[in-house]
Design a protein around this ligand. Structure first.
Ligand SMILES: [Zn+2]
Length: 131
């Protein structure tokens, strides 16, 4: 992530934090509206603060509604992990820098645009957005 300035990294971290908060709020709403007492209890445990452990806390939740959110939370967690390991912003396929312009729109991007497009051509599956 040497191609990113500390200001850019800060901006991306902020974005990841905000996205986590927004997702946590939605997950909590959906759990609270569930028919299951277990899920309603869990809703209380899902705080609206940025929480890296959130995805793990939701690991035994299998409602289709929140599945998408949990997948995104895991992606965010993985992005944070890459930041810690200083590999954030490097394409996992070719190792090239992922442009800041791309990360600004999509901070959890694991691949550069070229590799992502390549992958989408190879694994095109309608209705399943590839990350
Ligand atoms: Zn690449």
């Amino acid at each position: 992530m040497k191609h990113l300035t500390s200001t850019q990294i800060e901006a991306l971290t902020l974005q990841l934090n905000e996205r986590t908060r927004a997702l946590a709020a939605r997950v909590r709403e959906e759990l609270a509206a569930s028919d299951s007492q277990h899920y309603r209890d869990l809703a209380g445990a899902v705080t609206d603060t940025a929480d890296e452990a959130l995805a793990s806390a939701l690991v035994d939740v299998d409602t289709a509604i929140i599945d998408r959110h949990v997948i995104e939370l895991r992606d965010i967690e993985a992005a944070r992990e890459r930041m810690r390991k200083q590999t954030f912003g490097s394409c996992i396929d070719c190792g090239d820098d992922v442009a800041y312009e791309r990360l600004a729109v999509y901070p959890t991007a694991k691949r550069c645009l070229r590799c992502q497009q390549q992958r989408e051509r190879t694994y095109a599956q309608p209705g399943r957005p590839s990350l």
